[in-house]
Design a protein around this ligand. Structure first.
Ligand code: CTP
Length: 227
């Protein structure tokens, strides 16, 4: 199958030397890309700035900085894909104005006006017209389950992968993760804490099954079983 992934953070420029960003390392997205290449799939990776080598064997790699660049790179590549997996931690807001010159220190406080960035996952169905299997990620600090179901519905996802970023031992920048999966048909599954490589493998298996149309009702496989 042909698979598109977004990974890493975005950077939203304030002036030539400063930007807004977040703590995403890109490790989860890169682990999924690596697992998918290993299982023989055609993988397109659209990545924000990370300290990771792209896996070898990708059919396409787009290195981007801002949410707008990521939006355009995805828009131009998603067409022929069977599945799209949005792991990137896209900045939700960017400065309205990018200063052409470095902002000098003057007043005691400085106010930045921010505007919403493009919602890339939210554009997959409505703007890109994507009909393949759509997988979103959600990093939450509270009310994880409630937000996960709402996000799945709102963005037209087949699967939403949620993790609790209030925990310090897993998630952001860690090599380990613990995720909870929420499927479009109401099923859910907790994947126990494991390396991001192992979780990546399992997620690719599940996405393969979703692409084949097995959906979350697949049986007797344990792929979708509640723990
Ligand atoms: N995402 C995206 N484009 C954005 C923001 C998010 O594609 N501008 C994708 C992420 O890659 C992830 C999913 O949307 O797959 C969830 O992002 P999140 O920021 O948690 O969702 P929001 O709807 O922005 O909700 P929140 O209020 O929790 O930020």
């Amino acid at each position: 199958m042909r698979l598109l992934l977004t990974a890493g953070p975005t950077r939203e420029a304030i002036d030539p030397v400063r930007f807004l960003t977040n703590r995403s390392s890109g490790k989860m997205g890169y682990a999924i890309a690596e697992a998918a290449v290993g299982r023989g799939h055609e993988v397109i990776l659209v990545s924000g700035p990370v300290n990771l080598e792209p896996p070898s064997g990708l059919v396409d790699f787009a290195s981007v900085e801002s949410a707008r660049e990521m939006f355009e790179a995805v828009r131009d590549r998603i067409g022929e894909c069977d599945a799209a997996i949005f792991c990137a931690a896209v900045a939700d807001y960017r400065p309205v104005k990018i200063h052409e010159e470095k902002i000098k220190k003057s007043d005691d406080s400085l106010t930045l006006e921010l505007e919403k960035t493009e919602d890339i996952l939210g554009s997959a169905r409505s703007i890109f017209g994507f009909h393949g299997v759509l997988v979103g990620f959600a990093a939450e600090t509270h009310n994880l389950e409630e937000f996960a179901w709402a996000k799945l519905e709102k963005k037209g996802c087949d699967l939403l992968v949620a993790n609790d970023v209030s925990r310090r031992d897993i998630g952001f920048d860690s090599d380990e993760n613990e995720v909870r999966l929420f499927f479009h048909n109401g099923r859910r599954k907790t994947m126990p804490a494991n390396s991001k490589a192992a979780i990546g493998e399992k997620l690719v298996e599940i996405i393969e099954a979703l692409v084949k149309g097995a959906g979350a009702d697949a049986s007797p496989s344990d792929l979708f079983a509640d723990r």
